[in-house]
Design a protein around this ligand. Sequence first.
Ligand code: DGY
Length: 425
Amino acid sequence: MKQDLIEQARAVLARNDRGDYTVPTHGLYPFQWNWDSALSALGFSHFDEARAWREIETLFRHQWDDGMVPHIIFHEMNDGYFPGPDVWATGRAVPTSGITQPAVAGFAVRRIHARAKNRGLADAQARALLPKIHAWHQWFFTNRDPQGTGLVAIIHPWESGRDNSVDWDAALARVPTEGVAPFQRRDVAHANPAHRPTDEEYRRYIWLVQHFRDLGWDNSRLHDASPFRVVDPGFNAILIRSCLDLAALADDLGEAEIASASRAFAQAGIAAMDALWSETRGQYLCFDRVTGELIDSPSIGGLLAAFCPIPEHRAQAITQRLEAIGATVPYLVPSHDPAAPEFDGLRYWRGPVWLIVNYMIADGLQRAGQTRIVQRIVDDSLRLIEQSGFAEYYDPVTAEPCGGSSFTWTAAMVIEILNAETTPA
Ligand code: DGY
């Protein structure tokens, strides 16, 4: 069974492999996506280390001069996706989008390096990537935390990776739609519209893109000029964890300066994170930097916070939250609280389970010693695959496969999970 699933997962990766990068899935996402790539490299690393390194190398080849690593790289033309390069108009030789995505590369690179069999290749690749990943982390704290709070804001829902989360509803409602050029969505031709964000959300997504484009994609201006500025605990936990992993990697490679700067970022972030805790909800919440208030929305963002070091009693509380949710749905971890009125088990980030988030939550809680809930998350993840294949996401109640099929990072997570017992953490 195990070997069979690994073979199937490898076939998905092979199908989406474009040589130097993978597409998340055929049709719906025909380019390279930032966090998809970094997480997919983990899957490749179990059977082709050179290919895993190439995935991340390609991503960083398109890093901007200011340090940002864009969320999409448009390697080849394809009019099956909207918004394409003409809408972003970032002026790059190989076109890219103009916003970023969760900074998972530091974590992935350290993990791939730590367990690599080809040590020479791993050291050479990690040494080359180290300053680039560090520059990206510095970019975050300079441009997305201009007041030096220790936590960074996203300025577009797409940056979070959790595009249409309930977390953004109120903040996104303040984004205007006047002046948005008429457009035709392409995603709904590839996936069931009931699984995707709404047209109204798309108009606001595109308003933000046009607004940033009008500001010349100058990252020193975008944060303050954006009507959407939200501090997401999950997004920050990924960045903090990557800073810590980069510090450990830098220690291994004798790069003391990068190690201490990365640790300083992480420590400031960990200290600031506690202000996002909600005693009532028993989890972390997003913070709206425009209104100066916490956003009372019980989403998976506040559980994903466990991916970075958090106090033991907080990890226990998050475990209790997961146990309570797990008593009401057969598959953990729904992306939004199933008891909340906004919960929608089919619609993208408003309820469905995503394997990559399951993996990160399980990884964090494993380190926190919460092994029982970790086993439940892992078991649920594998049951979803066995029942519904390698989908983009799944209904946590019915296991219905949603979004795109033959999905790269879902397959990569299966390879990663099934190999876990044979590889060091
Ligand atoms: C999409 O197009 O749906 C992506 O999530 C945004 O990058």
